[in-house]
Ligand binder design. Structure first.
Ligand code: SAM
Length: 282
């Protein structure tokens, strides 16, 4: 397998006149060991249709193509989207027909924009939008069974945090609605060009059913957002405007079997599902 190293990445960027931008979170992987590790930890199979968000110059794409049925790569930068099939044709012509490139903003894609239904997400996500992209894909693509993403280390910690931890919050709860989320190892800064000024981490997601509830996902997420908008307050106080009044919030909490003096950071997603289900309706 031929992968992109520091020399190839710089040569490609120069050819395209690309100056990596912070705005698009453009840090390209220049280390073959890292992309091989991502593919290994992702546990993809030859049947998988992988969606890769932000393929960039193709570092991870080239490591994925020999291992899976298809890679659907969604890239926002037009120059990178145009170049990717050319790079793959040159470096791995044997598997070039497995690649589809979609030039789009991953935050705005719908299932109809994709040429196939992805079964796995494997990506070195653009760091400034990693959580919204992840939640958007889990929402619109029920076909996604698993994911392995590289994100900022701090975001990896937040996504995988358990109730009671200081960094547990909205991303942890919303991701837990869709999947079992775990940290899957650290990544240093020097595997990127340019090197970011933060460490990175891998996160593994395995899809599971959401908690059983008569509330909709939107209703549950609204309760989560309300609880963490004022995370220092008790749930009785934090959920007052969400429920209408503090008394209505207390009623929902008691009916859900949650102590009204508890704080959001102590609860799991199933607790929020019960709270949303018990919100007093006018
Ligand atoms: N996967 C490549 C690698 O590992 O070298 C590049 C990863 S780089 C961290 C993030 C990539 O996401 C860049 O190519 C950037 O242009 C792209 N990107 C940024 N925002 C995006 C968005 N909203 N939708 C799709 N791609 C985006």
């Amino acid at each position: 397998m031929t992968l992109l190293g520091p020399v190839e990445v710089r040569a490609l960027a120069e050819k395209l006149g690309i100056r990596p931008t912070k705005k698009l979170g453009q840090n390209f992987v220049i280390d073959g060991g890292t992309v091989r590790r991502i593919v290994r930890v992702a546990e993809v199979t030859p049947d998988d249709v992988v969606i890769e968000i932000g393929p960039g110059l193709g570092s991870l794409t080239l490591a994925l193509l020999p291992e899976v049925a298809r890679v659907v790569a969604v890239e926002i930068d037009p120059a990178l989207a145009v170049q990717l099939p050319l790079t793959v044709a040159q470096m791995d012509s044997e598997h070039a027909d497995r690649l589809s490139v979609v030039h789009a903003d991953a935050l705005k894609i719908g299932v109809d924009d994709l040429p196939a239904l992805p079964t796995a997400l494997v990506a070195n996500l653009p760091y400034n939008v990693s959580v919204p992209v992840l939640l958007h894909l889990l929402e619109i693509l029920p076909s996604l069974r698993r994911g392995l993403v590289m994100v900022q280390a701090e975001v990896a910690d937040r996504l995988a945090a358990a109730p009671g931890s200081r960094i547990y919050g909205v991303p942890s709860l919303k991701a837990a609605w869709y999947a079992d989320v775990r940290r899957a190892g650290p990544v240093g800064r020097n595997v990127f060009w340019p090197a970011p000024n933060v460490d990175s981490g891998l996160v593994s997601l395995i899809r599971r059913d959401p908690p059983e509830t008569s509330a909709t996902r939107e209703e549950v997420f609204a309760a989560v957002d309300a609880a963490f908008a004022q995370r220092r307050k008790t749930l009785r106080a934090a959920l007052a405007s969400w429920a209408g009044t503090a008394a209505a919030a207390e009623e929902a909490l008691v009916r859900a079997g949650v102590e009204p003096s508890a704080r959001g950071e102590q609860l799991g997603i199933a607790d929020f599902a019960r709270i949303a289900e018990n919100r007093p309706r006018p």
